[in-house]
Design a protein around this ligand. Sequence first.
Ligand code: NAP
Length: 303
Amino acid sequence: MKPSPDAHTTLCGLFGHPIGHSLSPQFMNRAFGLLGINSDYLAFDVAPKALEEALCAFRALNMTGANVTIPHKTRIAGLLDKTEEDAQSIGAVNCIYRKKNLLVGANTDHVGFLKPLARRKIPLRGRDVLLFGCGGAARAVCYAAFREGVKTVFVTNRSDDRASSFLEWFSLVTPGTRCEYLGKPDAVTRVVLAKVSVIVNATPLGMFPDTAACPIPESADIPDRTTVYDLVYNPEETLLLKRARMAGAQTINGLEMLVSQGVFSLLHWFEGKKDDILAAEGELLSYTRRFLRLVPSEGEAGE
Ligand code: NAP
């Protein structure tokens, strides 16, 4: 149980703008309760011009840690004492922690993405992946895929503009992994689907309330030997995952990644509780699932 606030209670939080949609306060305070951690987690609506002041407050109030969300994920790196190499490569910081007296920026999306695959013993090394989307989450997925030794990433995107900056980034940070740009999602053919082992949706297609949307064209069948991983977590089973399940493919929903990346933040902040934090992951997943079912529209805007 979470201790009642007292003179030893520490502070963690979220810096974003807007932050009204975030599930992080419920998730983190639940985690503190399960782990008996004497800390509170609050969501702070930090306008872009107030980001430096928010970091001053972080130092002055001796905060333990913070998550960072839109629109601060890129700019905050330049305001911290240090940024981990992974976060630098991805170009986004979503977690701040203290190391000695320094404020360090990390990215927990890429490790959060890998955990559900590792849990199912699904290897990426030498395999081909099909990715929908070229945004921030797609970069974290590609970086993770590169680190795991994926052979080729086939990418599709709605707009060519974002795709070209993504491709430039990809060629710089993922040496040795091939990237093939297919164009718009409807360019995905049976030939491409037959080549890949893992299909990842890193777009909001299929997310509540537009649950009838699906990145894979209706005309293309999903092969049963693939793993289909949808980063969308509301609803838990998107149309893409339903089609994959009905085709006999293995499915992973975005909820597990959401919880795993939160768990990685906790590990940065409360290193001494590592075993307890890892042991609580299953309970945190069940809690988040129950919470989302109770308030489906709260998860609508993503993290
Ligand atoms: P982002 O940076 O805004 O990128 C969004 C991507 O989706 C872009 O490639 C965009 O294409 C594409 N897209 C947006 N609307 C589309 C539409 N109607 N049709 C086709 N493509 C569309 O967002 P992000 O941070 O990468 O997040 C992407 C998704 O992943 C969101 O649903 C988010 O909730 C989810 N996510 C989940 C987790 C998790 O832990 N489960 C973590 C991070 C993100 P354009 O370039 O054409 O705009």
